[in-house]
Design a binder for this molecule. Structure first.
Ligand SMILES: [Zn+2]
Length: 426
């Protein structure tokens, strides 16, 4: 099917100029051309035209670090630092059964698609997420978690080393891609991390250098800072997605850049837990790849990438006292192309040859402004996203997420509420 999309404005990539009265030609889910005139129509003779109206079309978002089902833990442990916060999380997680985790995943995925995210990497319980994914079309990378410091997961973590292929088959047959997800250097042994490093061919996501306390303890125990330690165990390479990186040192910056690893910046989560502020503009200036992650809803609250982008900009500028420390286009790049590329989905630009993964933003939901892109970053929210397309198919239309099973969504919402009520929620 050859479809021509028309919109008032179109931003082909984070670094390009906005095209007015734009046309985008898509054939079988792949972009064939983008332009400002009807030359595309003459060249391609589309079978269908979709008018996206008074909107800005731009690449969809990628969420490079999250724990979707933590919808079930939203609001827990307010005001606590990461170590105490994690203890509260693990205590409640021990009570969550498969159906509740699936319900949390369904409700979270709804919010994620609503937020214009078409690719993400999850880091939680595999099977409930795979079931939840049946309701949505989205490009998922599913992290197989390893966590020895949590007693229920100690033996299971080692069992999983031997079952990686089995999990990979389950995940790929659900249309997703698998990643290895050791929780952190402080919750997994060196022996386990070395075993994981031997499993070639998978992306690896882990929490790294998130708090000062983590860095001090690791140095005390091993004499090494977190990224140096990851290099020692064989995990610092181009497959690594390092979540947080708040306390990355000058020395480590060179190591990370040379390794090709990408950092998943999670400014809201880091701010809320009082963990600190990652030196993002410095990292970008040094040539490190950086994407954006919302983290789970228990520390990031939701999946709103606009919130994440503006928090990244605010914290970067406030901490460096520099109003140009992190540019609007830089943060747009982090939220789109950088994440998609790290997850190997090939999206992030609206150019010939790219998958037609894009969003349309309703311009009537934005104020009149001299600078549209800055107003989108500073004033946007998931509610301004009118449409979301994945491989040329709508997954959100006219402000409503498309769900294959409305009843299952309704049941999941009820299940989440029931768990919260049972746990003395509101
Ligand atoms: Zn996390």
């Amino acid at each position: 099917m050859k479809t021509l999309y028309r919109s008032r404005l179109l931003l082909p990539s984070a670094s390009s100029a906005i095209i007015k009265d734009a046309s985008m030609m898509v054939e079988d889910g792949i972009i064939k051309g983008v332009g400002a005139d009807n030359g595309l129509r003459k060249e391609w003779k589309p079978e269908k035209t979709v008018d996206l109206g008074n909107s800005l079309v731009m690449p969809s978002f990628s969420n490079l670090h999250t724990h979707v089902a933590m919808v079930m833990l939203r609001g827990v442990a307010e005001g606590k630092p990461l170590d105490l916060w994690l203890n509260d999380m693990w205590a409640i997680e021990g009570r969550l059964n498969h159906d509740q985790l699936r319900a949390g995943s369904v409700v979270g995925l709804y919010d994620l698609v609503n937020s214009g995210i078409t690719s993400f990497i999850d880091f939680y319980d595999v099977m409930p997420m795979l079931e939840a994914l049946k309701l949505f079309k989205v490009k998922a990378t599913i992290g197989l978690a390893f966590l020895e410091s949590y007693k229920e997961m100690k033996d299971e973590s080692w069992r999983r080393i031997k079952m990686v292929k089995h999990y990979e088959d389950l995940i790929t047959s659900a249309g997703a891609r698998m990643a290895l997800a050791p929780h952190s250097t402080y919750s997994c042994s060196e022996e386990l991390l070395r075993e994981l490093a031997k499993l070639d061919g998978y992306p690896v996501e882990t929490h790294v250098s998130e708090t000062n306390d983590e860095v001090l303890k690791l140095k005390e125990g091993t004499g090494l800072s977190p990224f140096k330690y990851l290099r020692k165990v064989g995990l610092l390479n181009e497959r690594l997605i390092a979540a947080h990186g708040v306390y990355i040192t000058e020395e480590e910056i060179g190591l990370v850049r040379d390794s090709g690893a990408i950092l998943a910046h999670c400014p809201r989560s880091n701010a809320r837990l009082g963990s600190g502020i990652a030196p993002v503009s410095n990292l970008l200036g040094e040539g490190i790849r950086v994407g954006l992650g919302t983290d789970g809803p228990a520390s990031g609250e939701d999946f709103d990438m606009f919130e994440e982008m503006r928090m990244a900009v605010y914290l970067s500028r406030a901490s460096t006292r520099n109003p140009s420390a992190l540019g609007i286009r830089e943060v747009l790049y982090m939220a789109t192309e950088a994440g998609h590329h790290a997850l190997g989905v090939g999206s992030g630009k609206l150019e010939s040859g790219y998958p037609a993964d894009f969003i349309s933003i309703g311009l009537d939901r934005l104020p009149v402004t001299w600078d549209l892109l800055s107003s989108i970053v500073y004033g946007g929210s998931s509610s301004i996203i009118k449409d979301v397309y994945l491989d040329g198919n709508p997954i959100k239309s006219d402000y409503r997420v498309r769900v294959s099973d409305q009843m299952a969504l309704k049941d999941s919402i009820e299940e989440v509420k029931a768990f919260m009520d049972g746990g003395k929620g509101i």
